[in-house]
Design a binder for this molecule. Structure first.
Ligand code: SF4
Length: 320
């Protein structure tokens, strides 16, 4: 029923007979958006919503409107799971535990909620909210198809972000979706990566990068690498040089790296990196021939990092 993605009342599903609609209504079938439990807005217009699901679980969705230079853009940052089982050490979502995967409709619904609340069409979707989307491909892949074919968002404007889950990049390549893939490296070597991303123990960094090269060979879609910069941990010039060597060694010599200066999370041990350290890191990558951007902080005052708003309202750690 993807063609009916924007419908909010059972009455609007006119492909069903009136009798069937009444029958489904009596059986308790609900059509429409998940209610917004809480919302916060930053000075730059970024809005973060906590949506209440049918089982009372809460998930975060963020609406990121254009900066002045890119007026048409409205990005929805969506969640793919309630919580996350991977527990990256710097992530508020990981600290809150894991309950379950989101259903396809619960993912699409987040984008439609952003459209309704912002009063205009979403142009871009990023799977960078709560959860690891590659652990929920069963629902994420149909959601991407629905967003593309029924909601009308260009496949190349949909970005799937992952820390890497063994044996999933091949599946994504085979789905032939033309989406953008962003792989979160966060470290230039296996030892440091395991400290920051515990799940990396099961997926050595070189194997992950080889799978990325294979993904490119099959799809001809370049992989972007994300690198969360943690002050004094992975933001030094030596780390930049090591990252260059690693990417060259694994056939990603012309890759694009997106640096993400880390937002402080309440109770976390990590620090935001110094502005100078981030610039130096960027210069070293660029001098080595890599593309490199620094992600602008958006909505810093709107409950900041992913997972923080949910943790503030759902105090008990999640359990599956
Ligand atoms: S960074 Fe992503 S994969 Fe890691 S714990 Fe947070 S949501 Fe999960």
């Amino acid at each position: 029923m993807y063609g009916s993605a924007r419908i909010k009342e059972l009455e609007g599903v006119t492909t069903f007979s009136k009798a069937l609609r009444e029958q489904l209504g009596e059986a308790g079938l609900r059509v429409g958006r998940q209610p917004v439990h809480t919302s916060v807005e930053a000075k730059d217009g970024t809005q973060k919503y906590l949506l209440r699901l049918a089982d009372s679980r809460l998930v975060e969705t963020v609406a990121i409107p254009a900066l002045k230079s890119e007026r048409q853009r409205l990005t929805a940052c969506v969640s793919s799971q309630v919580g996350c089982p991977l527990r990256c050490t710097f992530c508020a979502t990981g600290k809150g535990g894991f309950a379950r995967n989101l259903q396809t409709y619960e993912i699409v619904d987040q984008v439609l909620t952003v459209e309704e609340r912002m009063g205009r069409r979403v142009s871009n979707v990023v799977f960078m909210g709560m959860g690891e989307p590659m652990l929920n491909l069963k629902n994420v892949l149909p959601a991407i198809r629905c967003l593309n074919e029924d909601v009308g968002i260009g496949a190349r404007h949909i970005t799937l972000s992952t820390v890497g889950v063994p044996n999933t990049l091949r599946r994504l390549a085979e789905a032939n979706l033309q989406t953008t893939l962003a792989v979160s490296l966060h470290a230039p070597n296996q030892r440091l990566r395991e400290q920051l991303v515990p799940s990396a123990k099961a997926y050595p960094i070189e194997a992950l990068l080889q799978d990325c090269a294979q993904y490119y060979a099959v799809t001809r879609r370049r992989v972007t690498f994300e690198y969360a910069m943690l002050g004094g941990v992975n933001d030094q010039p030596d780390h930049a040089d090591e990252l260059v060597q690693l990417l060259r060694r694994t056939r990603h010599g012309g890759a694009h790296v997106n640096l993400i200066p880390w937002n402080t999370v309440e109770g976390a041990v990590f620090q935001r990196p110094a502005v100078g350290a981030v610039r130096t890191f960027q210069r070293r990558l660029e001098r080595a021939g890599l593309g490199c951007t620094i992600r602008a902080s958006r909505g810093l005052d709107a409950a900041a990092a992913c997972g923080q708003l949910r943790n503030a309202h759902q105090k008990e750690p999640l359990a599956a």
